[in-house]
Design a binder for this molecule. Structure first.
Ligand code: ZN
Length: 127
């Protein structure tokens, strides 16, 4: 997997970011702090965590295009959804009611479970 994959024509979620850093070698050109090493990564979030994938240099432009393609499609979808909402409200909005609080507002209580809790039914074994 991986190396044959191409972002061309695809949608990619995330952000292309150029990271600049020093490698730590004292003799390297980066030690002066001016010519730092640049690594281009795709930054994305997965289950609330931010992650990065280092991009192969030859693929950076294609990944940027794929990210932009996704954003453009997202915008188009948003516009269509808003237009759809506008049409729906225009057609049926006269019958609209006041927004009601959702019925699922009260979360199910975690009841203190009797009987199954450890310790309640335990007795010291009689010899
Ligand atoms: Zn260096």
């Amino acid at each position: 997997m991986g190396s044959r994959w191409s972002p061309v024509g695809r949608f990619v979620r995330g952000t292309v970011v150029v990271q600049r850093r020093r490698c730590g070698k004292p003799n390297c050109h980066c030690a002066s702090g001016e010519a730092l090493h640049e690594t281009t990564v795709l930054s994305y979030s997965e289950r609330g965590r931010s992650r990065v994938v280092v991009l192969p240099p030859g693929q950076v432009d294609a990944v940027r295009a794929a990210v932009e393609r996704y954003r453009a499609a997202q915008r188009r979808l948003e516009e269509q959804a808003n237009a759809g909402l506008g049409g729906l409200v225009g057609a049926w909005g006269g019958r609209s009611q006041k927004a009601q609080p959702p019925r699922t507002a009260s979360p199910p209580r975690a009841r203190p479970s009797m009987g199954s809790s450890p310790g309640s039914g335990r007795r010291a074994p009689q010899p």
